[in-house]
Write a protein that binds this ligand. Structure first.
Ligand code: C2E
Ligand code: CA
Ligand code: CA
Ligand code: CA
Length: 277
């Protein structure tokens, strides 16, 4: 019994060591990726449900890993947050977004609005405003074509965060509450006028055509958004009946695989050519 107990302890140590070395490798590789432009952006359209045109594009980061292929943000964004690399990641994403917008503007004569995800810890960091304003200035780009998406779980009572959001919006950058419904924000926090839109989480959107209770919840979320003078955007729309229902409920915009998977900037150009504004 004694020896089998020790065996278990050793196996545990081995696993711990394996995890630690995987983490170290990820860390080194991510630093290398940031220094060598291995991170790329794909874009996921949000469609305006009243007019049928493009409401905005959401930028989603991918890692073109030299040996493991295209990695999803879930594989490296949490690590970037933990080790303090999220600021650099954000700067690279923002620069790619502004470069893509410049290109679309020369191609089409108008600048599609792009939403960029920010991590909770960036909001309590006073550098965010400077970074955003410097990037806009470097590209001579209007703040009005930029949206920052902030997950609802990040909406804590923090004076730096409140100040950051207020200053960004004073400069014309829009802010959307992402994954709405998954956090615990109070109505008073939502009503404090730092927001432009609520993005209703996919977990609420999927299933609204089968479950009247879910439909009721999404209806109430849209009504809440409108009562607060915010746009309501539904994420994760995968089929026509769901889209029709959202339209009926007065939702402003929708995003999901029904329209397309996230695609690269060149693919967005082709889509804009096919359906001009
Ligand atoms: P999110 O902001 O909630 O982004 C939506 C995610 O849902 C994306 O996954 C998107 O591809 C996926 N999605 C959209 N429509 C559908 C649909 O109809 N069906 C299904 N099944 N999925 C759909 P992705 O690209 O893997 O992103 C995952 C998360 O990673 C994002 O969730 C966001 O929180 C984070 N993320 C992505 N890019 C960045 C970034 O540049 N910075 C930071 N901080 N986080 C990012
Ligand atoms: Ca998002
Ligand atoms: Ca989302
Ligand atoms: Ca979500």
């Amino acid at each position: 019994a004694k020896s089998s107990g020790r065996g278990r302890a050793e196996r545990f140590d081995d696993r711990y060591a394996a995890e630690a070395s995987a983490r170290l490798r990820l860390d080194a590789e991510l630093r290398h990726a940031l220094a060598n432009d291995e991170l790329i952006c794909v874009y996921h359209p949000e469609i305006d449900l009243a007019g049928g045109g493009l409401y905005a594009l959401e930028a989603l980061v991918r890692w073109q890993h030299p040996s493991r292929g295209l990695l999803s943000p879930d594989d490296f964004v949490p690590h970037a947050e933990t080790v303090g690399l999220i600021g650099i990641l954000f700067e690279q994403v923002l620069d790619q977004v502004l470069t893509a917008q410049d290109k679309w503007e020369t191609e089409f004569g108008w600048r599609p609005t792009v939403a960029v995800n920010v991590s909770p810890r960036q909001l309590t960091d006073s550098r965010l405003v400077k970074v955003v304003l410097a990037a806009l200035e470097a590209h001579d780009a209007p703040a009005s074509a930029l949206i920052l998406e902030v997950t609802e779980t990040a909406l804590v009572d923090d004076s730096v965060m409140t100040g950051t959001l207020a200053e960004l919006r004073r400069h014309g950058v829009a802010v959307a509450v992402d994954d709405f419904g998954t956090g615990y924000s109070s109505v008073s926090r939502l009503a404090d006028r730092h927001w432009d839109a609520l993005k209703i989480d996919r977990s609420f959107v999927s299933g609204i055509t089968e479950d009247p209770a879910r439909e009721g919840v999404v209806h109430a979320m849209i009504a809440l958004a409108h009562a607060l003078q915010l746009r309501a955007i539904a994420e994760g729309v995968e089929d026509e009946p769901t889209l029709a229902k959202l339209r009926e409920l007065g939702c402003d915009a929708a995003q999901g695989y029904l329209y397309t998977r996230p695609v690269d900037a060149a693919e967005i150009s082709k889509m804009i050519i096919r359906s001009p504004q």
